[in-house]
Design a protein. Sequence first.
Lengths: 191, 437
Amino acid sequence: MATTPDVTAPGGSPGEGADGVRRRDFIYVATGAFAGVGAAAVAWPLINQMNPSADVRALATVEVDLSAIQPGQAIKTIWQSKPVFVRNLTPAEQDAANKVPVSELRDPQTLNDRTKDGNRNWLITLGVCTHLGCVPLGASEGENKGDYGGYFCPCHGSHYDTAGRIRRGPAPLNLLVPDYAFKSPTLIEIG
Amino acid sequence: MSFPWANHYEPKHPVMQWLDSRLPLPRLVYNSVGAGYPVPRNINYMYNFGVLAGVALVIQIITGVVLAMHFSAHVSTAFNSVEHIMRNVNSGWLIRYVHMNGASFFFIVVYFHIFRGLYYGSYKAPREIVWMLGVVIFLLMMATAFMGYVLPWGQMSFWGAQVITSLFSAIPLVGEAIRTWLVGGFAPDNATLTRFFSLHYLLPFVILGVVILKIWALHIPGSTNPTGVEVQGPQDTLPFHPYFTAKDFVGICVYLMLFSAFVFFMPNALGHPDNYIPANPLSTPAHIVPEWYFWPFYAILRAFTIDFLWIPAKLWGVIAMFASILLLFFLPWLDTSRVKSTAYRPMYRIWFWVLIVNLIVLSICGGAPAEEPYVRLSQIASAYYFAHFLIILPLLSFIEKPLPLPNSIAESVLGKKADHTGSATGLPGGAAAAPAE
């Protein structure tokens, strides 16, 4: 109402100010704005309920005990509903990975890029092929490790080397290294 | 459909013209809930409850679809999944409380809507089918609400399912077989829960379909009005939009304020704490009651305590309870008075309020433990309920002398000077009436 003090301006409908704005226009806009804010406030919980719930978010990090994994062995664990490979590389496997010229790689990364200082033998990657999301073989005893001694995805034939890097096949990227940290020499927290 | 003087849909924008000649959906909206639907100009705030019931139904469907994303229909996980919704799902507590209290508020609104119909004779010719479709919706609502209450699989869920499905075992000869078929076992168990979940999801959409039929049937004669005098000409009506959309919006605001007060400040006030105890088939809660909106009918069910004639008390109770609702289908032919509005029926007006008080008494009895004085009270109140519809209403139609009716809606609103001058002296806001000219 304060915006249209001149309610008796000639030539207009009742309540029309000199600028042609009627009092009713203000009411329309105010009502519409109020209803719009209300609708948005109602819509947000209905949308946000589909985001990860508190119990899912509580499992956003996971701790893995490394003490039982011998050199040359790997385990599969689960982090955020996805498989994770934790692999204790032998010195020979580390050498094999370090000898590959980085320029020949499809996704150029060194083993040092993919492991942590002082713990170069621990290769922690997602067990999700970067092609179309299958779980590669090679983490369990007796599985096909592919032509490069790392992992092999049976779905479409992607070969990964001992650093988990893509060497042959359709996958575009190396196996993803998740965020993780050593909480002690034998305990990591992923996520 | 509608009156000949209704506004005509004339799309101005080329895109709307293009659309109108191919899919005239905007035209349908315009003619059914827009400026193309003329409404008696004198309808009061009691006429908001139809739209409010629609709002309540939509709130239930939206929140229900969301809850079904997180609910797990299995006896071993149902209770925990509801707690998961309350504790883990983002805003899950809000969505569930809206759905829980939304059911209660849906019934509150529908009861007001029914009382409005009873008071203003909305069930009388030519609106019998509108009324009967309303009774169908009411029955579907009761079934939906009951099955929804079973889903959390708490103590009240389980024992509610046990008691209500046992009603069917009162049917002679085949009752026990029907009951076993309904619950898919010899007592409520997983089969009961999963089928109730399926039907609880289905029935609201059936309700929505019947609502569309009901609006279709309503829009042929149009709404009743507080005088009960039918619309005679353009001076008696105003377009639904903007006049009654604005009025309904006021009602919706008040409704949402009251609803929010419950959802945010007393979300469990209308529920029962026993339903936060997981279902235990070996222990019945000491005081088992249905949700409040079933109390009047629960009182009628329990009013029969002795066998009468060759029919056992259990069957009498079940017959009476179902009859109390099915009776409403025959209301248009039980009340033969030609006068619609109770405002012009001096005798019926008294009995109407007696019926309301009687229903409140029945509700109190239905929510109370099965002991004196509630048993005797519910017997008297049940007897009155049936007497009201089967004896009093038909008799009143003969002996009552109605008050003189106004000649028209316009006359009742604007006084004797009602004509086409548009002076509208009887209205506080003269400008509001002017655009009708």
